[in-house]
Design a protein around this ligand. Sequence first.
Ligand code: SAM
Length: 272
Amino acid sequence: MQELLDVKQAARTTWQTGDYDAMMRQEHLYGVGQRLVRRLGVAPGDRVLDVCCGTGNAAIPAAAAGAQVTGLDLAPAMLDVAARRAADAGTSVEWVEGDLEELPFDDGSFDVVLSTFGAMFAPRHEVAADEMARVLRPGGRLGDCSWTPEGAIGDFFRTVGAYLPPLPAIVDPPPLWGDEEHVSELFEGTGIALEFDREAWDIGHPSTDAAVDCYTTTFGPVVEARMLAEEAGSLPRLREDMRALFARHDREDGERVVFPAEYLVTTGRKQP
Ligand SMILES: C[S@@+](CC[C@H](N)C(=O)[O-])C[C@H]1O[C@@H](n2cnc3c(N)ncnc32)[C@H](O)[C@@H]1O
């Protein structure tokens, strides 16, 4: 379907815009991949697939734990950065340019299938969940981290989304992957028994202005919102809305802006 191909091309462009790795480093968000890998008990000998791996948030710590890791992403420029980071970390990962909705792997190929803030961005959630379940072997472990709709990042996407074109009807809203009921429905009938937990990651910036500057220059979706707002003459309003957003969630710990960003951790085991 042409509309779906267009959506995926647009996603590729969005995620390759800005400097995702710089934002991840500023916010120490690579710690989330590390946390998920530990939670899943990834160990030497595990065959691990990180879907929508981006710059390797989960793939690299999984490889560092001794697993045989494949990282898959739609955006080749993200994979280039991932490969550089993996080499810097002294790890070896197979990087595959591909689509979560059409995984190029046989049924049951992996002991662990995981994603951090990735699967939530594939347009058709049920197709994505079915593919993750299909390539997981019986007895294998699933893990996903997705921002919750109620948390600061859910609020962030609503705030910035007001400056972006509306999502086409074929795209399921990403923050629904942060909702227990929705995720349970997605995996119904896949033979994976799920467990849920909510965690938060403290995101910090020197000030609300610094946070706005960081997102509007590094984070693809916000860089695009900033460019559209510039054209429409609404950049001051976007910046003000973002400052208000950070102030709403700030712990008010001095000058620095620090806000807990809540995400849902979904884990599960496929019936043997
Ligand atoms: C927010 S980034 C998360 C990257 C990484 N997992 C992390 O934790 O930093 C979302 C990633 O999903 C990828 N993506 C979006 N739709 C995809 C799809 N249908 N198939 C594969 N990757 C996809 C994007 O290219 C992007 O790298």
